[in-house]
Design a protein around this ligand. Structure first.
Ligand code: ADP
Ligand code: SF4
Length: 689
């Protein structure tokens, strides 16, 4: 039964001419599927509607070839040929009684038009900002503006004809034309579209009015808009033009969908922002408009959602990531099962895959993006074909997810963990600065497993090969994890770093186990490129050590550009007084110094230090595999299959370990042909010759 305190989340709400069935709004979000992997995108959106999201929106939908934003894969509506897949998405969403919304976008000076080869357009002559292309956008003249309005209007009409219920006029995130006209730093025009705030908002106002005029009798017209850019006076601030703009347009849209810009600020990770982090910037809006308001802020707690509505901050709970991590979040609250919510951990792996132009992935939800191509449902698995007994060795993310999924399928499961706590690497890493929410990977799974009578969990139970043979299991999954290398080998160094005295570099495992380098300056060598080195640098600096972070890469923590964290990481390390060196490769360590090769200056550099922490690569913990694989003892013990999953198989992201744990169970009774492709593929239509 639903908790009556959460009833307000299920009250319908009128938005212009349509009514949303509840307050759960899956806001437009990129997913790396879009037009390139349309079947995957359609099934993913339908799953959200099935899970109870009252409004399900497309991602950015580019409505003219002057905005093609390749290599990113969003949706587009360039001509009627695009109506088929978008229409299918509408059908999928409507099947579950939800409203379908489309976000009409034109990236203007943010699109290099690599595919269409059209000259990019924008409010002024400016270099194209995305990917630092050596391409310029040209300033739109009045005829261009008239064309632009016509394209937008036509797209709105097409959206209506496809059955969409809502249309978003998109001026958020500093990456679309009406927003670019609005921001002072992009707009130095001297005509009626530049100068005063009223002039800079003229195009946005016209687009809202055009859209209302074209489709407003049947469709809700939403404005998605940023009110602050977290740049202080160099950008938009909610206290001045952010607020004034909303006041000037207050009653025009049917719904205000608010964000802060740019995307990195809007989708901050849990390392940098807590649930509800946008409230301080957007809470004024409801005071200046009578129209409904939606906000985002990585809400996963129904109590926090209810509070935001009751405090008059918002009417709708917007969510991208929480809806990815748990497409069934609304239904779980409706059924009084809030404890079953698979809470987003705020890691932005989903954003990273999109930024890599690949179908998005989720750390918490291994089925995300697999709904169509593998037929995986986030809440259901096929029942076990036989009542087999599965032994899972190791309770990190891979072992826990395998145990949860196998338990759900009805297998008899034994999960054995060597240490006296569950969670493996997530439990260790969640104790590092800023990563506490990552423990949700463990907590969701241990919470589910605790409800399963068919899953037995043994802690403080290190198994050796003999134990495994004695357990009477038919299937054994080795999820024993990995350890960080100590020898400095990784992406750049292909042979071990010479150590000239007895003191060897420490590894992240050592630091997480409480070891420290001797007193004095510490140098962290990062050839991993993701979060670990910067988190350890933060920790060392917070402990009062003189800290250096050196990397062969051209920026600090280069892979975090994909997770939208790179700048925030640099800023935080600078605040902590960490000295950062790029293009520096470790040559040797010992005698109180580390020697680096400075790749830019092309000379060696000696840094006096008491210790080095090496963050480069990991090796699998596969002793059990080496002992048991191919052994005749397996058959004698009745073991029909022995598999490695997670980091034990191939060290990687937490998301990869969770995925492998899940996949292991899905494929146990339905083995995949190793010579084939283990998923359905999207096919291009080839024109008849
Ligand atoms: P993954 O990310 O693949 O899940 P982790 O390193 O997070 O890997 O977790 C591996 C877990 O396996 C750790 O908690 C570790 O204590 C446990 N483990 C390793 N060897 C054994 C063993 N022989 N018996 C039981 N548990 C083990
Ligand atoms: Fe949340 Fe991470 Fe999943 Fe994205 S990948 S939805 S941030 S848990």
């Amino acid at each position: 039964m639903r908790d009556p305190r959460h009833d307000i989340l299920f009250e319908p709400i009128a938005i212009g001419p349509v009514t949303a069935p509840n307050r759960f709004y899956q806001v437009p979000h990129c997913n790396g599927m879009g037009r390139t992997f349309p079947n995957a995108m359609i099934a993913m959106r339908e799953t959200k509607a099935e899970g109870g999201w009252g409004i399900v929106a497309t991602e950015q939908c580019d409505f003219h070839v002057t905005s093609d934003i390749l290599p990113y894969t969003e949706t587009n509506l360039f001509d009627e040929g695009d109506e088929l897949y978008l229409g299918r998405m509408v059908e999928g969403v409507h099947r579950h009684g939800s409203l379908a919304s489309i976000e009409l976008a034109h990236s203007g000076q943010d699109s290099g038009n690599l595919y269409s080869r059209e000259v990019p357009i924008g409010p002024a002559h400016r270099p194209v900002s995305a990917s630092r292309h050596p391409i310029q956008a040209r300033a739109m003249d009045r005829a261009d503006i008239a064309d632009y309005r016509r394209w937008h209007r036509r797209a709105a009409l097409r959206s209506r004809d496809m059955g969409f219920d809502m249309v978003v006029v998109y001026a958020g995130h500093n990456n679309t034309v009406p927003g670019q006209f609005f921001y002072k730093r992009h707009n130095d025009r001297s005509d009626e579209y530049g100068g005063s705030l009223e002039n800079r908002l003229r195009l946005l106002r016209a687009l809202i009015e055009d859209t209302k005029d074209a489709v407003g009798d049947t469709m809700a017209v939403v404005v998605r808009m940023a009110v602050d850019e977290l740049m202080g006076p160099d950008g938009l601030e909610w206290q001045n033009e952010g607020r004034e703009a909303i006041e000037m347009l207050a009653e025009l849209p049917d719904l205000w969908d608010l964000t802060i810009g740019n995307w990195a600020n809007d989708s901050q990770t849990s390392r940098f922002a807590a649930e509800g982090y946008q409230e301080d910037y957007v809470s004024f809006v409801k005071k200046v408009t009578s129209k409904p308001v939606a906000i985002v802020g990585r809400y996963t707690s129904p109590d926090a959602m209810v509070s935001a509505i009751r405090r008059g901050v918002t009417d709708l709970i917007g969510a991208a990531r929480p809806s990815i991590a748990d497409p069934f979040l609304p239904n779980k609250i409706a059924e009084g099962r809030s404890d079953d919510i698979r809470e987003c951990i705020g890691c932005n792996i989903c954003a990273a895959w999109n930024n890599l132009s690949a179908p998005s992935r989720c750390t918490q939800n291994p089925t995300f993006g697999e709904e169509w191509r593998k037929g995986w449902h986030p809440e259901r698995v096929a029942p076990a074909a036989a009542q087999s007994h599965i032994l899972i060795v190791g309770a990190g993310p891979a072992g826990l997810e395998a145990a949860r999924t196998a338990g759900l399928a009805g297998y008899r499961v034994t999960l054995a963990e060597a240490s006296d706590s569950l969670g493996g690497r997530v439990s260790r890493e969640a104790r590092l600065p800023g990563l506490s929410e990552w423990a949700r990977v463990r907590d969701y799974r241990t919470g589910q497993i605790a409800q399963m009578a068919n899953v037995d969990v043994f802690q403080a139970s290190r198994l050796d090969a003999a134990h495994i043979l004695e357990m009477g299991a038919e299937h054994v999954a080795l999820a024993t994890g990995s350890t960080w290398r100590r020898d400095g080998m990784g992406l750049t160094l292909r042979s071990p770093v010479p150590v000239t005295t007895g003191s060897r570099p420490l590894t992240p495992d050592d630091i997480m186990a409480g070891q420290r380098t001797p007193d004095g300056p510490v140098v962290i060598f990062d050839d991993d490129g993701y979060y670990m080195a910067s988190v350890l640098a933060e920790l060392m600096a917070a402990e009062g050590r003189e800290t250096w972070l050196a990397t062969p890469a051209t920026v600090i923590a280069p892979w975090t550009e994909y997770t939208l964290e790179q700048q925030a990481i640099e800023e935080r390390l600078a605040t902590h007084g960490v000295t950062m060196l790029v293009r520096h490769t470790l040559l040797s360590f010992g005698d109180g110094e580390a020697v680096f090769r400075d790749g830019l200056a092309r000379r060696d550099r000696r840094i006096a230090c008491a210790g080095v922490i090496s963050v480069t690569a990991r090796l699998p913990e596969d002793d059990l595999w080496l002992a048991l694989n191919g052994s005749a003892e397996l058959e004698k013990a009745g073991i029909r299959s022995l598999k490695r999953i997670g980091d034990c198989f191939g060290p990687g992201l937490i998301a990869a370990a969770v995925y492998q744990g899940h996949r292991y169970v899905r494929e146990l009774d339905a083995p995949i042909d190793p010579d084939g492709v283990p998923f359905r593929r999207e096919r291009q239509v080839i024109e008849a010759s």
